[in-house]
Each structure stands twice: as C-alpha cells, then as structure tokens.
Design a protein around this ligand. Structure first.
Ligand SMILES: Nc1ncnc2c1ncn2[C@@H]1O[C@H](COP(=O)(O)OP(=O)(O)OP(=O)(O)O)[C@@H](O)[C@H]1O
Ligand SMILES: [Mg+2]
Length: 376
C-alpha cells in the first residue's frame, strides 16, 4: 500500500510542503543578505517547516554558508541554552570531527570545554562546560558563530526555534540584553528567531523598551490560501491512486479554516478511510476521528480555564460582538466589564481567541467544532 501523501506531526519541508512561495523567497533573501528575521504565527501554521525548507534550499544553492537550526523547546535554563548553542554551532561549522575538536579548543579564550566522544565518533560528540563558569563567560559563547565565521571566512545562519522559551528563564532580562548586544555586532552571522507563543514573541520583538526591538525584519506568517490547499489535496490523492472531487477537496480546508496542521490531518484521515473515490461520508467520518483524536487536548484546555472564561468563549462562539454590553454580560454570566477585559486578555495571550477585524474568533478551528458539541 502507498504511504499517505498527507503529513502532520513533523515539520514538512520537502515532501508534503506546499505554497509559501512568497514567504520562502523573502526569508531566503533576508537570511543570505544578512537581515535578521523573526517569524511569528499561531501554533502549527508552519513556521518550523518554512525555516527548514529555506535552510535546505540555502544549503543546496549557496556555497560559503553554514547553517544551524536549534530547537529550544526543551532547554530549561540559561546554562543549558549556552551549552546547546555552543555545541550546535561548532557541529554546524564543519563536517569533520577533528575540526570540532580543534574549534572547541581554539575558539574559546576563557572557558575550557570538556569534550567527550560517543559511540560513533563521526557524528556523536558532546561538549560540556563547568556550569559555574559558563554564565560568567556567556558573551564568549554568544560570540562563537562570529568568531568561527571570521576564522573560516564563511557566513553563518543561526535559527532558533521556540525562542520565546528563553523568556521563562531566571534572569532572562540580562541574557536578553547580552544576546542583543553581542549579536547586533555580528557581521557574518544572520539570526532567524521564531516561536509559537504569539504574545510572548510580540513582547520580545515589538516592544520599544525591549532589547530585541528593531533587531531585524518581522514576518507575520499567514495561513496558506484555500486554492493552494485544493490543488495540494487533489494532487495528493491522485498520485497515490485515489481521487477526490473538487467539491470535497474544497470542503476540507473550509472545515479546517485553512489551518495547516488540521488540513493535513483531515486530509490524511479522509485518505485513509477512502478506498478509491472520496465520498461525503468519508469526510464526516474523518472529521469525527480527528475530533476524537484531539479531544484529550481540548478537554485539558477547558479544564484549566475559569468558569467566566468558559462563558466568554461561549459568547464568542455565538458571535456576540458587544462583549461588555450589560445584555451580553448577564446572558452569558460574564461578571463585570473588568472581568470581561481580563478574561479576554488571558484568552488572547493563551492563543485561544484572537482579534480579527474588530471581532474575536477562535484560533483553533477544530477546537471550535469540538467546543460547540461539548459544552452547553
Ligand atoms: N507549507 C506547508 N505545506 C503543507 N503543510 C504544511 C506546511 N506548513 C505546515 N504544514 C502542516 O502543518 C504542520 C505544522 O507545521 P510546523 O510544525 O511547521 O508549524 P509551526 O508553526 O512550527 O508549529 P508549532 O507552533 O507547533 O511549532 C505540519 O506538520 C504540516 O502538517
Ligand atoms: Mg514549530
């Protein structure tokens, strides 16, 4: 049996990647021309996939560039960040193991890294520092890509995924100032910083009183357009020996409001349920399957919010526009106008609702469908 042409759960950068021509071009040009770039979008619209795609294009098409993508999702303190940063930059600087050993020795002035070699010496090495030393000399580590780039006469592109994760660290404000002051002097290194928590990312890059304000270009990633999804879905079925009508290939992105992850997930379930030609039944069945698969997440989401926040969500779901009118507040038991405003901020900051042309709407289209049928 053929494998599903629809992929979710991993980043898609080569196979199963569609559209994003404009964003790809812009990010590519920024990164090879030394323009630092940050990317902001809600969860699972495709930030990581876009960066991977662009980095892979750069690796294929440009000589003289070294690139590295570091995911900060599971990094939990400043020392760990600095260590990971140093290790990944050194690894990316050369494909030769001996070079790594040399870089680790020659590129540091004040701190001495310990290097240990794993089972496979050609790919596996670890670098560690004395944690008491590492923070004292953080500038030296943050400067590493520039030092290596100069020495080797190359350009470095450093991509940091889930960048907002750093802002939870103790003493983040100092680290933030240091990163900014070191990195802005780099002539041979370009940074791409991106992450999911929209309000945290905006706070880092859009707040004039913060160090990263005007650090570079900010790309607000949009959704992939419906027409692109329709072609992508029809093609995916076709190349695996199945078929879907234009009508049903339109229904999938419509149901999922063009949300990248969910369009892929619903397409995959539909593909899986279909022998040859997609019927309406196949799509309904797939949608139920999708809601069932995601329901533990949704359940969790509503368990952590308060009753007045839940009521506010119901008001948003019903399309209420005047959330602080006394009518709406009493109908949905929203509390005082102050409560409404606070709850609104909280739900926006948690990326559950967003403002669009003056109105509030759900960020997650499948959660919206689930919420409709699971609350009353
Ligand atoms: N250009 C694309 N073409 C097709 N599908 C895509 C594209 N970009 C993203 N997707 C789909 O969306 C899913 C999520 O993408 P990705 O992990 O890149 O998003 P993200 O914004 O980095 O998410 P997170 O906020 O969770 O880090 C992918 O697994 C894939 O199914
Ligand atoms: Mg991501």
């Amino acid at each position: 049996m053929k494998r599903s042409p629809f992929i979710y759960g991993n980043t898609v950068s080569l196979e199963s990647f569609t559209n994003r021509e404009e964003e790809t071009k812009k990010l590519y040009n920024n990164l090879v021309n030394g323009i630092n770039t940050s990317i902001i979008s809600p969860r699972r619209w495709g930030k990581s996939s876009l960066v991977e795609k662009v980095i892979s294009d750069i690796n294929n098409q440009e000589s003289g560039f070294k690139t590295v993508v570091i995911d900060l999702f599971s990094v939990s303190c400043e020392e760990e960040f600095l260590e990971t940063f140093a290790r990944e930059v050194i690894k990316a600087s050369s494909s030769k193991f001996q070079d790594w050993i040399n870089s680790s020795k020659y590129f540091f002035k004040h701190i001495i890294p310990q290097i240990s070699i794993g089972v496979d010496p050609t790919t596996d090495f670890s670098l560690s520092f004395n944690w008491n030393e590492i923070k004292k000399h953080s500038t030296e580590i943050l400067n590493l890509p520039e030092v290596i780039a100069e020495k080797k006469a190359i350009n470095f592109i450093v991509c940091l995924d889930e960048f907002q994760n750093l802002s939870g660290f103790k003493d983040y404000e100092n680290l933030e100032k240091k990163m900014r002051s070191v990195w802005q002097r780099h002539k041979n290194v370009t940074y791409c910083l991106y992450g999911s928590k929209r309000h945290m990312m905006s706070e880092i890059f859009n707040n004039p009183s913060k160090p990263f304000y005007r650090f570079g270009d900010i790309v607000i990633l949009k959704k992939i357009r419906k027409e692109k999804w329709i072609d992508f879905i029809i093609n995916g079925f076709k190349k695996t020996g199945k078929s879907i009508s234009e009508e049903f290939a339109t229904l999938i992105p419509e149901l999922m409001e063009n949300h990248s992850w969910y369009v892929q997930q619903l397409s995959h379930y539909t593909w899986n349920n279909t022998n040859k030609v997609v019927s309406r039944n196949d799509i309904d069945f797939a949608l139920n399957e999708l809601l069932r698969a995601n329901s533990p997440l949704y359940q969790q989401q509503i368990e952590i919010i308060s009753t007045t926040q839940l009521n506010l969500l119901k008001a948003v779901l019903s399309g209420e526009t005047q959330l602080t009118s006394s009518n709406v507040m009493s109908k949905y038991k929203l509390g005082t106008p102050n409560n409404v405003n606070k709850n609104k901020t909280r739900l926006v900051n948690d990326d559950i609702i967003q403002e669009h042309e003056g109105l509030f709407e759900f960020v997650d289209p499948a959660f919206k469908i689930w919420f409709k049928t699971h609350t009353y």
